[in-house]
Write a protein that binds this ligand. Sequence first.
Ligand code: TRP
Length: 468
Amino acid sequence: MANRGGFSSKLGFIMAAAGSAVGLGNIWKFPFEVGNGGGAAFVFIYLIFCFILCLPVMITEIAIGRKTQLNPVGAFSKLGFKGWRNLGKLGLISGFLILSFYNVVAGWAFGYFIEILLGNFEIGQNFSAFTSNVIKVGGYATIFMVSTAFIVSKGISGGIEKASKILMPTLILIILSLVAYSFTLEHSIEGLKFYLVPDFSKITLPVIYGALGQAFFSLSLGMGALITYGSYVGKNDNIITSAVLITLTDVGIAFIAGLMMFPLVAYMTEGGVAEYVQGGGGGAGLIFSTLPSVFEKMGPTLGVVIGSLFFLLLSFAALTSTVSLLEVPVSYVVDEHKVKRTRAVWGVAILIFIVGIPSLLGNGYSTFFTEFVTYFGAEKPTDFMTFIGHVANDTFLPLGGFLISVFAAYVWKKASLSDEISQGYPNYKGSIVEKYINFTISYLCPTILGVLFILTVLDRFFSISVVG
Ligand code: TRP
């Protein structure tokens, strides 16, 4: 394992894993999913999933990675029998699909940085014209994929770790100042109410699986990204405290992104948050349509500074995530097929970019990809990017989480999981934490994730509602 590299310190790992977790999922996707899911009720379910179901899965992924020092495909076959390689491959496919569209949205964010830097605040009203301009967005997306590949080709401590350490804290700072600013605006209270006061009658099956998919996506779980990062972690690190810190950071940033967004939306719509986010204003365009006019109201100079800085940092947050998404297939090709790192990086990056082209075209440019599928019983067609999101995020990731917990509890075995965790956490065995992890991994995660997987597939793709 001499040439695999590793994180230079415990903090380096936490920052990089948090960098993977914190990204467009927190700042772009979380607010619009909250909007689609009816507000605070969605937030409530999301928080429960993150801390009760996802945290143990995260601990398990890191433990599997550190134990085997391998990519997901190698890791599962080393600890189980050969057939479990396929679980690693499912993860590779999920990562491939997610990165293919994620890179396009990252291209939007980067494009917004440039546009606002040039003083183009009208970009908010022109969001759909922007996304259907495939030459422009394609160019930004290319810049983005090239930057990702460049960082990944530099290896673990040189590239990934360094980038995460500087950029994350700066991003948190700017969002917090936007939260403070948004609180001073008129109607902000109505936004906060939508976001924080749950109406439990809004909890329906789609809200539940939306929240589950969002929790997995935001925490970078269910496809082995954290197995891969875990494979670079030192044996003396405490996996539990690391996972808790990563989860708190990720959930914390999503939460403050919501605190920023909803008062802003309330201000812009004079209190009509629910109508706006559930009407034409919500969805993937939420932050992109709303924020530019907020920046514009700050005045020409301040607006350009804050606005462009915001989208620049959002692009960097996305970059630490795309890096982790690319690292998974790259480490697979490097470990299992003995390809040189640089070659693996560029080969995989080009392939994923090509797979992402329909997502690029499906936002207004090509009618075929914009109206890609109509689910059974659905009124409106779903575009290619959203469809891939439904398949990869909302279906494959929880399925991966289900299989990872079944694998850890019944194939690798709880005792081996405990052995691995207790390295770096000497009092782990016999503690209440161990009992809790073992219980969730053996019973809670398999049952809930398994049942929700089936319900999601039936409901979303076949319009068969077993409940409600
Ligand atoms: N978590 C990232 C975000 O919220 C996206 C991401 C990075 C991801 N790596 C992942 C999602 C692995 C799922 C699996 O933006």
